[in-house]
Design a protein around this ligand. Structure first.
Ligand SMILES: NC(=O)c1ccc[n+]([C@@H]2O[C@H](COP(=O)([O-])OP(=O)(O)OC[C@H]3O[C@@H](n4cnc5c(N)ncnc54)[C@H](OP(=O)(O)O)[C@@H]3O)[C@@H](O)[C@H]2O)c1
Length: 327
């Protein structure tokens, strides 16, 4: 599992709470942190990367951030950041993935993360105005310069990734990681996402699935539509099962997603340390939810299927709250 940092910087959460969420996730064993240059306050740049660097420097020492030569990262988690997407105002973001902009962004992220090299650097969004291989080529250049250890793309389609991996001269071999939306609130990934996941499997590209709960508040709303966790007359089967198994509905949903996609790194957001801690625990390979019996798995699948049916009729299966589109 990865701790996703967007909510610590994009909304009005105070820094102490954002830091506490990251600390809680790390305490619970999270080994990947997801950030981006675009996760920032409306009036500043790189807020989230700076917050992540502060927490990691305090826990693991400043030297662990900077050392470009240490593949073990000095014991600290891997930091995934993203470039080519910029916050331009209170509710506005813009995509600009021209090579010169990405070179500038990489250097900005290096400064904010106090690193000599970025562990993983993703193109945040393909830029319709720039050929994808040019944008990724700029990141491959940064990798050759030693400024980036691993390169990837976020929000690319299967067609785009396929073309990128196959394009001669595009340095497709440099693409090691793909980040895409993968919400457990939907019964199955959309057909385009299925193709994307299959392509990543074939090509050995690591997949990070973001917004596993469909974005802030969506699981609560889905549960509330069925009686929910709020103690209403008709609790949802997922909430009932959570009570019976002594865990939370969020943990069950995450376990269901990770069983469907065993090699997935789920990127989970939080504004409360308790959420971060719980999600991290449920995503750990030694958690009981990672070792369900066939019967338990059937019960979980049935409860999640009921939630999907409910979600589809109450909210539609379309992905997101508009606020998520910026991340
Ligand atoms: N590449 C991209 O374009 C892109 C786009 C979107 C997101 N992302 C990444 O994905 C991350 C997650 O996305 P997201 O925050 O939009 O969606 P999300 O992870 O589906 O939802 C986050 C919400 O889930 C709640 N939650 C998590 N664990 C919980 C638990 N155990 N119990 C109760 N509630 C729990 C949190 O509640 P509380 O707020 O109450 O803690 C939080 O508001 C972002 O931070 C970012 O790193 C990337």
């Amino acid at each position: 599992m990865a701790a996703g940092g967007a909510s610590w910087s994009v909304g009005d959460l105070d820094d102490a709470s954002g830091r506490a969420c990251l600390e809680a996730a790390l305490d619970a064993g999270v080994q990947v942190v997801d950030t981006a240059g675009a996760y920032t306050r409306a009036d500043s740049a790189h807020h989230n990367e700076e917050l992540v660097a502060d927490v990691l420097a305090r826990r693991y020492g400043t030297a662990s951030l900077g050392d470009a030569a240490d593949p073990s990262h000095g014991g600290r988690p891997v930091v995934v950041t993203k470039v080519g997407h910029h916050r331009t105002g209170a509710a506005s973001w813009d995509v600009d993935a021209r090579p010169e902009v990405l070179h500038r962004d990489v250097r900005g992220s290096l400064r904010a993360l106090r690193a000599e090299a970025l562990d993983v650097c993703l193109l945040h969004w393909p830029d319709p105005a720039v050929p994808l291989e040019e944008s990724v080529g700029a990141l491959a250049d940064a990798q050759r310069e030693g400024l980036v250890r691993a390169v990837g793309v976020s929000n690319a389609t299967a067609e785009q990734l396929d073309a990128l991996l196959g394009a001669p001269g595009a340095d497709g071999a440099a693409v090691a990681v793909l980040q895409t939306r993968l919400s457990a609130l939907e019964a199955a990934p959309a057909p385009g996402t299925q193709a994307l996941l299959a392509l990543c499997e074939r090509a050995g590209v690591q997949v990070m699935g973001y917004a596993p709960f469909g974005g802030p508040g969506r699981l609560w709303r889905a549960l509330a539509a069925r009686g929910g966790d709020a103690g209403a007359a008709e609790p949802s089967p997922l909430a009932e099962l959570a009570r019976a198994w002594g865990c939370s509905a969020h943990q069950l949903l995450l376990a269901w997603l990770l069983q469907a996609h065993p090699r997935l790194t789920a990127v989970v957001g939080s504004t409360r340390p308790a959420s971060a801690r719980e999600a991290a625990a449920a995503g750990a390979p030694d958690h009981p939810l990672a070792h369900l019996t066939a019967g338990q798995h059937r019960d979980l699948s049935a409860a999640v299927a009921e939630l999907h049916a409910r979600t589809a009729t109450t909210q539609g299966s379309a992905p997101s709250d508009s606020s998520e589109d910026h991340r």
